[in-house]
Design a protein around this ligand. Structure first.
Ligand SMILES: *[C@@H]1O[C@H](CO)[C@@H](O)[C@H](O)[C@H]1NC(C)=O
Ligand SMILES: *[C@@H]1O[C@H](CO)[C@@H](O)[C@H](O)[C@H]1NC(C)=O
Ligand SMILES: *[C@@H]1O[C@H](CO)[C@@H](O)[C@H](O)[C@H]1NC(C)=O
Length: 373
């Protein structure tokens, strides 16, 4: 037989104690000003992967070697850039005290998950078959399944509350879709003969279902990342053999996706009462940098900073050569490798996502405003 003490009474007494005792009154202050976003759950591809693929055996989309991480405090970590990725930098802005741990790390459980978990997997896409090119990566559906089956039960234990109560305090970031074009549609991997319109509609419909699934599990605050202007990446220009600044056919495709996604967010909001969905237009932010790099503090928007392992040499045409040479001034470059932006660009995107008042950059509000709701 257990005796139960009314919870509110315990809370009241503890608060009173803390208030009266000089040592602990600061605890109460901190609680009052505690940021409303407790942590982040992150889903998507390499742009937001922070080490999941390091734990996957059969994948070519793995960056556990230098020069990746050359500017990261812990060196190469599986992040697809020289330093912090956009999630790390967003976490800094939102005042999240720790780096969000990667789901695939076996030590990611217990107290380690109280600020959220990152499920993102380089090479993956919105569609399950997109990752086939990169090997055994985790598709967006698999990421959400892992969140539901593995993390949620553990989180309820750690936070001692039902996920319906705790999850609204977390921000759910989804950044996927680029690979569905670059590694699927434009590589002729789509088995059925579908038009770009149909393919894009399939992507946005599928993504909408995935977001609703997270909502049904208790998520309320969302940040959806646009697909970057991948047509301007060194990889795209090499593959499409163009000397133009950007591969327009690829940019037009992802731009179409971005426009559709933004429209969909407005229409699904009514089906998801109590939710807030923010669209982070990283496409526009990067496109603006690439159009006029000098005005944004960059000097090279065309070539990758690191030496890329070409397809001819048995590489991917995207990733840096293991131990290969790099540019001296990383913050002057837009692209670190054949596809992924440098930390300097990630910082511009994160800063705009957090604080821009320009609706074309972050819509319908910025993440600072979202965090105050
Ligand atoms: C794909 O569709 C286009 C136009 O709808 C058609 O011209 C073409 O023959 C189709 N290709 C295949 C392999 O079915
Ligand atoms: C979307 O694409 C997937 C994989 O190519 C396919 O299995 C599915 O039927 C498509 N869904 C729609 C709604 O077109
Ligand atoms: C590196 O590039 C940045 C941005 O273009 C510039 O502000 C900085 O002065 C450069 N640093 C060096 C050491 O050249």
């Amino acid at each position: 037989m257990s005796q139960t003490i009314p919870q509110n009474l315990v809370f009241f007494s503890l608060s009173l104690l803390a208030f009266l005792h000089p040592c602990c009154s600061s605890i109460i202050d901190r609680e009052k000003h505690e940021p409303k976003i407790k942590g982040l759950f992150v889903f998507g591809s390499s742009l937001v992967d922070n080490g999941n693929n390091n734990f996957i055996k059969n994948t070519i989309a793995k960056v556990d070697y230098l020069p990746y991480g050359i500017d990261f405090p812990f060196g190469p970590s599986g992040r697809f850039t020289n330093g912090k990725n956009v999630i790390d930098l967003l976490g800094d802005k939102l005042g999240i005290p720790n780096y969000i741990p990667p789901f695939n790390d076996p030590s990611t459980s217990g107290r380690k998950i109280v600020y959220g978990v990152n499920y993102a997997s380089g090479g993956s896409g919105i569609l399950d078959d997109t990752g086939a090119f990169a090997g055994n990566v985790m598709s967006l559906n698999a990421q959400i399944r892992n969140f539901e089956a593995v993390t949620l039960p553990d989180l309820e234990v750690q936070l001692r509350s039902k996920s319906r109560v705790s999850l609204p305090q977390f921000l759910f970031v989804v950044g996927s879709g680029g690979n569905d074009y670059s590694l699927n549609y434009f590589m002729g991997m789509t088995s059925n003969n579908v038009s770009l319109e149909e393919f894009t509609a399939n992507l946005t419909t599928t993504l909408t279902h995935q977001v609703k699934r997270l909502y049904n599990l208790g998520a309320r605050k969302f940040a959806l990342m646009a697909i970057n202007p991948n047509g301007c990446s060194p990889m795209a220009k090499a593959r499409f053999s163009t000397r133009d600044h950007c591969v327009q056919v690829l940019n037009r495709a992802v731009h179409l996706f971005n426009v559709r996604l933004k429209t969909l967010l407005v229409s699904i909001r009514t089906q998801m009462p109590g939710s807030v969905l923010v669209f982070v237009n990283s496409y526009k932010v990067m496109r603006d940098i690439i159009r006029d790099p000098a005005s944004k503090g960059f000097s090279n928007a065309r070539s990758s900073c690191c030496e890329v392992a070409t397809i001819k040499e048995g590489g991917t045409g995207i990733l840096c050569k293991r131990g290969g040479s790099i540019c001296t001034n990383r913050s002057a470059h837009v692209f670190f490798d054949g596809l992924h932006p440098t930390e300097a660009v990630n910082l511009v995107i994160a800063t705009k996502a957090y604080a821009s008042n320009f609706k074309a950059e972050v819509y319908p509000m910025n993440l600072k405003q979202l965090s105050e709701i």
